[in-house]
Design a protein around this ligand. Sequence first.
Ligand code: ADP
Ligand code: TPP
Ligand code: MG
Ligand code: MG
Ligand code: MG
Length: 335
Amino acid sequence: MNSLKELGEFGLIDVLKQDTINDHSSVVVGIGDDAAVLLPTPKQLQLLTTDMLVESVHFDLTTTTPWQLGYKAIAVNLSDIAAMGGAPRHAVVSVALPHSTPPDLVVNLYKGMKEICHEFCVNIVGGDTVSSPHGLVINVAVTGEVEPANLVRRSGAQPGDVVVVTGNLGSSAAGLELLTAGQWEDYDFAWPLVTAHLTPRPQVKLGQLVAAAGATSMDDISDGIASEANEIASASQVGIRLYAGQIPLAAELKEAAAKLGKTPLDYALYGGEDFQLVFTMEPGKYAALLAANPELPVTKVGEVVDAGEGVTLVDQAGQVQTLKARGYNHFRQED
Ligand SMILES: Nc1ncnc2c1ncn2[C@@H]1O[C@H](COP(=O)(O)OP(=O)(O)O)[C@@H](O)[C@H]1O
Ligand SMILES: Cc1ncc(C[n+]2csc(CCOP(=O)(O)OP(=O)(O)O)c2C)c(N)n1
Ligand SMILES: [Mg+2]
Ligand SMILES: [Mg+2]
Ligand SMILES: [Mg+2]
């Protein structure tokens, strides 16, 4: 397997299609026909989402391995299914490959995808393989299923609800900066941050759990919590008040931020790509959720308020400021 030219489009697909089905019971036809044929679970709502990763925009092949890239391409899509309270089921994967791409790179990309698909019982049931004149592009679309009663949209937040996030925020953005700066191996604190950036774990189990526990709105944190809080506020026609001192930060992020000359909060609010979840819930239901699951990696970071208050951040000194939807925006470079 020396080059894509020797292997050809169909030779490559033949290699990639091995070990792509993890749940045979829901796939009638997988890779190899004009369309996949799937058996949906009766009475479940179908979810369908897609996110694309573009070389130089979403990843740099000098700082990510093809395996990590494959893992992340699926992870970011599972994260969107998690944010609806659903279980991911099937994926289609499209790749645009420069002619010079070594076939091994594509094989390793698929190994990363197959690993996370196996972990979450997702089937790769099709895709598309094309050539690209400039850079590698991977587009993944994923289906999911959710019980109608457990569907969580961005639009259900109510004044009085608590605002809660899973995991820690800001690690991924700091990891990206460390990767870009190079020599991150010299620092003990770098590894968990770099890992959070390169191979984020989508919070599928937690998404389903908080959906069943009565979350009123939910979003995954791909562009930074400042951006996602504004999305929930605008979809739900409410205001949101976040407390800076309550945003969960990894100890390693605090060390990295000191080294990189920024505050950890900058990464946490505006960095993006944490692929954690932010959700809202009536306080009594949140207390019951915590009582039943004391070890849950969730942190209350704020409250839902009336729309008139807007989206604000209360700093450690009690000062209130507007929290702008600043975060990652593909066409707007904000400071
Ligand atoms: N080119 C497009 N055509 C149609 N819908 C799109 C397009 N780009 C984004 N969307 C839709 O706009 C909404 C917001 O997109 P995005 O910010 O990428 O969501 P997320 O952060 O959940 O991945 C989603 O419903 C998405 O499906
Ligand atoms: C080489 C490189 N530069 C910059 C970034 C940072 N970055 C790229 S896209 C993005 C936001 C998330 O991607 P997007 O396509 O907006 O995902 P979505 O919100 O649709 O889930 C961030 C923080 C990166 N990951 N890699
Ligand atoms: Mg998207
Ligand atoms: Mg997304
Ligand atoms: Mg985005």
